[in-house]
Design a protein around this ligand. Sequence first.
Ligand code: X1X
Length: 327
Amino acid sequence: YSIKTMAATAVLLGTVSTAFADGHAVTLRGASMFDEDHSFTKTLREFERLVAENYDGDVAFDLRLNGELGVESDYVTYLNQGVAVDYTILAPSNMAVFSESIPLMDMPFLFRDLDHWNAVLASDAFAPLEDDLREAAGIVIVGYHGGGVRNLVSAEPITSMEELADHRMRVMGAPIQALTFDAVGAAPAAIAYNEVYNAIQTGVIAGFENEAASIQNLKFYEVAPHISLTQHTITVRPIVMSAAIYDELPADLQAAIMTAGAEAGAFGRALESGADGEILQEMSDAGQIVIHEFAGRDQMLEMVQPVQDAYAAELGATELLESVRGM
Ligand code: X1X
């Protein structure tokens, strides 16, 4: 290999060795499915700024937006292999393929309200799940973004348990997501995020579930303008790095990344949870969505709890689940 060839290879793989390509000692490649307006991208920008601020050495960032490098289910594979994507923000349920336990963090109806969500994220309750993710997936959690509230998003209104029955809806790839919506009577199917818009448009599914920021950013309202306030999830969205890359970095850069991850996460959580209601209102005011009350939320919660219990028991995480519920 000549240096030029190595540089080209490094650019393709997006590893720390991109130093050859752009003259920086370390260049890290990031990925976002969204544009600059979405809270994920803003949080990753803040993360970059804080890493640079906390590190004395030479580090640069190359953040690819608008799904240029695919969707989260792709990023997970790249992070695991240590190629193409070094840092991003991911839904735990999109990491299920490598770690069975990580989706516990974002299973529907885990959090009672924002106070509960805040208390759990301020604790170290998820530490065993983080350890499993590092071990099983080669992915390091450096901070926690999140705070969006997920609702049903559909082509036709869903306002009651009766209307939810057999509703063909997309869920994220983790089995606990499908089990949850199956338990409440819907007909869930795991479909890649970048296929959801077309799948609704062509009638393959009748809807999905998502938070306001992403519905707005990716214009899902064009095909699914009905939002039913099931408020079943408050999102937890780890800021993550590939362990293969992280472990090769100098110790002072690793320390800067951990500090930056924690601070950028807090910044992002305040941003997304603060803007969630406003974004729904904006879309409603613009005539893009119609918001519906959902009558059966308490019933859903009751039907879902045994599913959560069984999932936790299978993972040997009953104590963890109980401690989260007890906070
Ligand atoms: O449903 C998904 O796959 C996505 O929904 C939103 O865009 C985000 O929460 C993202 O992390 C992913 O979960």
